[in-house]
Each structure stands twice: as structure tokens, then as C-alpha cells.
Design a binder for this molecule. Structure first.
Ligand SMILES: N[C@@H](CCC(=O)N[C@@H](CS)C(=O)NCC(=O)O)C(=O)O
Length: 242
């Protein structure tokens, strides 16, 4: 078994999809800790000590430092494993464009999915959350339009080939409420996602996030601990993965 060096704080269908796919692409071993948001584990003092934002994912690095923010995780993993060629190096001419779109995906698109799932957080009028949700869905499609325009059209996001941008963008599409229509409207994104879905790394990860796909993750290198087994806190019903 590969030596475990990273710890991924994880929940199915969360933003852990991108850093987990990076870990699988790189081929480094990692330990998974499940954070059950349905049971409010992300609000427990123990998890807040790990990630003070109370958000999933978080990534424990070999140095012992734990970071939040999926885009930071993706970037750090690529930088720590340059042989993977998933993140352009500091002196690479593609780096500015890479960072620009990675940060856009995380800061604008991901956070607008959060707005669509938690519209009550984005208004003080709790009787009118539906317009907030619908506006978020409208904005998401606008953002995907911008991304579709930016995709190189040569299969992957950047003309150089497969990078972490393709992984992150594919994760975002998983959360879209009408993925078929999304791919119809934005065919360059559809083509890119189909290429990513063919990769062994992503198929392993998505099968774990969506067990209904019926594919099992091989056990090599991955170990799973349930945070609930380690911590005690009151469950709160109705939390969604985003
Ligand atoms: N900016 C953060 C966002 C993470 C985030 O919002 N994660 C969701 C799950 S996909 C979460 O923890 N939601 C729980 C909450 O906001 O209470 C990132 O990119 O990692």
C-alpha cells in the first residue's frame, strides 16, 4: 500500500471532488475523514478547529498544516507534485490564465451554487428566498457561458492539454440541476467533461461520490475514518452537501 501523506476531509458530492481527483491523478496515498454535514459535523468544535469556516473539504498536508478552500488545495497539490503537470509552474506562461479561471470557478461559480442551495443565507426576508435561488441559478448559467467561451475548444480548458482546470470545471457541472441541458447549451464544456469522465482518476472519485453509478473504488491507498466515530455532537436535520 502507498504511504499515506495527505488527509482529505470529505463528504459525498462536496467540493472534495476536485482535490480528491487531484490526489488520484498524482497517485499519492491519502487518508479520508468523512464529515457528515447532515449530522452537523462540520459545525462541531473539533471540525472548526480543523477548518474554522466550517466548510468541507479541508486538506491535511504532509507538513501537518491543514488548509481549507478547494482552489488552494488544487493549486498546492499541483505545486507539490510538479511531475503531474496539473498546475502550471510559477514561471509558466499559462499560469496567469490558469489562476484567473481557477479562482473564478471557486469564488464565483462554486459560491453561487452555495447561494442556490442556501438562499436563506443571502436575504433578510425569509419569506422570499425563492427569487434569490432563481437568481443564483440564472447567474450560474451566465458563469458557465463565460467558461464555455474561455475553453480552448481543443478538448481541454487550456490548449496545452489536461490540467486541474478541467477537474475543477467538471466538478462544478456535477452540481448543475440540468446537466443535459447545460451540455447542450455549452458544448465545449460538455466535450471537456466527457474527456475528464474517461480518466481513471475521475471515474474512481465520482463513483465514490455517486455510488448509484455502481462502480467500486479499489481499496489500495485509501483509508476511511468517519468523523462521527471520533466526535459527539447533536445531529441537525436538513443539511445539504453544499
Ligand atoms: N470556498 C470553499 C467553499 C466550501 C463549501 O462551501 N463547502 C460546502 C460543501 S460543498 C460546505 O461546507 N457547506 C456547509 C455550509 O456552508 O454550512 C471551498 O472552495 O472549499
Amino acid at each position: 500500500m502507498r504511504k499515506t501523506v495527505y488527509t482529505l476531509y470529505w463528504e459525498a458530492l462536496s467540493g472534495a471532488i476536485a482535490p480528491q481527483t487531484m490526489l488520484e491523478e498524482i497517485g499519492v496515498a491519502y487518508h479520508k475523514v468523512t464529515v457528515d454535514m447532515e449530522r452537523s459535523e462540520h459545525r462541531s468544535p473539533a471540525y472548526l478547529a480543523i477548518n474554522p469556516t466550517g466548510q468541507v473539504p479541508a486538506l491535511g498536508l504532509p507538513s501537518g498544516v491543514v488548509i481549507g478552500e478547494s482552489a488552494a488545495m488544487v493549486n498546492v497539490l499541483g505545486e507539490q507534485h510538479p511531475e503531474s503537470a496539473l498546475v502550471p509552474a510559477v514561471d509558466d506562461p499559462d499560469r496567469p490564465v490558469f489562476l484567473r479561471w481557477l479562482i473564478f470557478m471557486a469564488a464565483s461559480v462554486y459560491m453561487t451554487f452555495v447561494r442556490s442551495n442556501h438562499p436563506e443565507r443571502f436575504t433578510i426576508d425569509q419569506s422570499a428566498t425563492e427569487p434569490v435561488r432563481l437568481a443564483a441559478l440564472r447567474d450560474i448559467d451566465g458563469y458557465f457561458g463565460l467558461l464555455n467561451g474561455a475553453v480552448s475548444g481543443e478538448l481541454y480548458f487550456l490548449p496545452r492539454g489536461f490540467t486541474a482546470l478541467d477537474i475543477y470545471l467538471t466538478m462544478l457541472t456535477v452540481w448543475h440541476p440540468d446537466i443535459k441541458n447545460l451540455f447542450r447549451k455549452f458544448p465545449k464544456i460538455g466535450g471537456l467533461c466527457r474527456a475528464v469522465e474517461k480518466r481513471a482518476s475521475y471515474s474512481r472519485v465520482i463513483a465514490e461520490h455517486r455510488p448509484e453509478y455502481g462502480v467500486r473504488i479499489p481499496s489500495g491507498g485509501v483509508s476511511i475514518t468517519a468523523v462521527s466515530a471520533l466526535l459527539a455532537y447533536p445531529p441537525v436535520a436538513g443539511q445539504s452537501a453544499l
